[in-house]
Design a protein around this ligand. Structure first.
Ligand code: NAG
Ligand code: NAG
Ligand code: NAG
Ligand code: NAG
Length: 615
């Protein structure tokens, strides 16, 4: 993980860049910072490249990488396949070497199409004066852009700053629709910036109807984009979504005893456990996790306290299905003597102003404060941090201990008070979430930031609690499971209203928008701690595998909540030896951690969040 930055200016004026942005980049890449500037003939353009490196594996490769020919690479990515990288090598050097040998655009596109893993990059191709940049197919790494028409400067950066005032830049996320190329000489001559777009081929029809025009529309003000007429595209790293719907005659076979009674669910799970599909998903997910937890630096960062017992891998951990499956798989691939950190975040429950008794008339449950609803998290009788995710987290910890009693599972209780939330949102999170700006971005951004920081309390030898900070540089998150396996309640709504067809449309739309909705933001938020977010459910092989399956293999929404959604993943959890966590219904992080309750305002998740604005 790195912080990368590039400023292209069409005037000889020195590029001045925000000190805040530089500081945010440095937090992403604390191990080494460096700058390189290149100029076109007669100084017709100037590019400043700035890189801040977090060292993950191999030898530390300083960035920007400049090869003998004068090409410059900024690489914020991780190669998990596609190009051979041995454990001793650094992938930045491998990518640089491959790109150096490319001549035409089709060769560059071939290298980028072959990569498996998350990436955002900027590449200066000296021969021909081209600037290339973009994000991977799923947008798992952040890249933002802004154009300042007054001075004729285009800026690309992993993370920006939420600034106000006349000098503030207007940042947008670079859409993960393809890679972009700027013909620097032509642009300098014309005095205006034009991009050429090489889109990801997402399957014939999509390309024409959806993603192509989107790529051309969402460019920074003052710039224009043109689709490359040569028809060159990046090959999609994943198979298209299987859109078949069950034939009526299949329906019987698929749901032999439709709508079993709730008591039969355990039986249903048990009977399906040996399904071949369960084995296949277990294998492909297991491999995705293996790639993300192995070949890590063993030593924790130099500035952390000397310890040979720090974990290398942590998980954002709610104890729910998605995180439990990842934990069980990580357990397979991490030697048993190494600990694994389970990061569990809770926001202080706000005690209702009026005592509960006086607010509730006997028998009238509609006046019951929402905080006491069904999950047993009554702040009057239990700890202020015993939020739903803490309770399921502790239960999940128990299951993992049963699964592997040898391992030290560090369950990190991260308790956040309202004051601390407000302070850190103002200082850090508002800049990281930017340019996203909704109430939901605020809630998730803050919850993920505190969780990924990994500072809280863990169990001490004497049974009490001790202050604890996770040393892991790799943070696994369960994002992508709900979007692919129909885990959200809106999937059920859609299925009820318009059947399998509606459900498939919903899933297709959600996977398409996950880069702009979630991934850039989560990468910026987690990267702020000098840690790297890794998303096993969004491994190309996992996505391909799930996309190829017909929807009824993944979910059966005729079954009750807690079973029907993500059915295939629940079966996988059972196969892995997990118990109660396999049948927990979905609970979104903003509710499970209770951050959404903390503000207690009447607002919708999609409203613009005023708390994110800086003065
Ligand atoms: C990065 O890896 C390459 C091999 O891929 C190696 O030649 C190079 O020395 C490494 N960089 C540094 C700074 O060690
Ligand atoms: C498309 O790419 C080809 C090959 O690099 C190039 O010659 C052509 O000018 C490009 N078209 C546009 C519209 O930029
Ligand atoms: C954090 O919250 C838990 C409740 O889940 C509580 O048991 C624990 O004592 C709290 N730790 C601190 C240091 O406040
Ligand atoms: C979609 O699933 C059906 C049913 O399993 C299968 O017959 C078909 O080949 C699949 N289609 C694709 C494109 O994978």
């Amino acid at each position: 993980m790195c912080g990368i930055f590039c400023a292209l200016s069409l005037s000889p004026a020195r590029c001045v860049w925000s000190k805040a942005v530089r500081e945010h980049l440095k937090r992403r890449g604390p191990d080494l910072s460096r700058e390189v500037t290149v100029e076109g003939a007669n100084s017709c353009y100037r590019c400043l490249f700035s890189a801040h490196v977090l060292h993950m594996r191999g030898l530390l490769t300083p960035q920007p990488v400049q090869d003998d020919a004068g090409n410059v690479l900024l690489w914020n990515g991780e190669i998990f396949g596609g190009l051979p990288v041995t454990p001793e090598e650094n992938d930045t050097a491998v990518v640089s070497r491959r790109l150096s040998s490319c001549v035409g655009p089709s060769e560059i596109l071939a290298v980028l199409s072959a990569l498996r893993g998350p990436w955002g990059f900027v590449y200066y191709q000296k021969a021909g004066d081209y600037l290339w940049f973009g994000r991977d197919f799923l947008g798992r790494r952040s890249l933002l852009w802004a154009f300042d028409a007054e001075v004729g400067a285009l800026t690309l950066t992993s993370v920006a700053a939420c600034e106000s005032g006349p000098a503030a830049s207007f940042w947008q996320e670079v859409p993960a629709v393809g890679v972009y190329r700027i013909d620097l000489k032509a642009v300098a001559e014309a005095g205006r910036v034009t991009f050429e777009v090489y889109p990801w081929a997402r399957g014939g029809r999509d390309l024409v109807s959806g993603y192509g025009p989107a790529a051309l529309e969402s460019t920074p003000g003052g710039c224009t984009a043109a689709m490359n007429r040569s028809g060159l595209v990046l090959a999609s790293p994943v198979r298209p979504l299987n859109t078949s719907i069950p034939k009526l005659s299949d329906e019987e076979e698929i749901h032999p005893n439709s709508h079993p009674r709730v008591t039969d669910l355990e039986q249903l799970l048990a009977s399906k456990e040996n399904d071949a599909e369960v084995s296949r998903l277990t294998d492909v997910l297991s491999e995705a996790v293996r790639r993300r937890v192995q070949s890590l630096p063993f030593k924790a960062r130099d500035d952390s306290p000397p310890s040979n017992e720090g974990a290398a891998v942590a998980l954002l951990f709610s104890g729910g299905l998605d995180s439990m499956v990842l934990a069980a798989l990580a357990d397979r691939h991490i030697p048993a003597h190494q600990p694994i950190d389970l990061l569990n975040v809770a926001f202080e429950l706000q005690v209702p102003k009026k005592p509960i008794e006086s607010a509730r008339k006997p028998g009238k449950h509609k006046n019951k404060p929402a905080d006491c609803k069904s999950d047993g998290a009554d702040p009057q009788t239990s700890g202020a941090f015993d939020v739903p995710d803490r309770i399921t987290g502790k239960a999940g910890l128990g299951e993992l201990r049963d699964l592997n009693p040898e391992r030290r599972w560090n369950f990190v209780e991260i308790n956040v008070t309202k004051e601390e939330l407000q302070e850190m949102r103002r200082e850090r999170v508002c800049h990281l979430v930017h340019p996203l700006d909704t109430v939901l971005d605020d809630s998730i951004g803050c919850a993920v930031w505190f969780a990924a920081r990994g500072t809280g309390f863990a169990a001490a030898e004497d049974g009490g609690q001790r202050p604890f900070t996770s040393s892991a540089k790799v943070v696994l998150t369960g994002i992508g499971a709900d979007e692919q396996l129909a885990g959200y309640s809106r999937h059920r709504v859609r299925f009820t209203a318009s059947g399998h067809e509606g459900l498939i449309q919903e899933l297709q739309m959600e996977l398409g928008r996950i880069p702009s909705r979630n991934l850039g933001r989560d990468d910026r938020v987690i990267g702020d701690h000098g840690k790297e977010a890794r998303f096993p459910y969004l491994d190309e092989d996992v996505v391909s595998h799930l996309n190829a399956l017909p929807v009824w293999e993944k979910a059966d929404l005729s079954l009750p909540r807690g079973v029907g959604e993500k059915l295939l993943l629940r079966l996988t959890a059972r196969r892995l030896g997990l118990g109660q966590s396999a049948v927990l219904p979905k609970r979104a992080m903003q509710f499970g951690s209770r951050i959404a309750k903390m503000e207690a305002r009447r607002e919708k998740a999609s409203d613009k969040c005023t708390r994110l604005l800086t003065e």
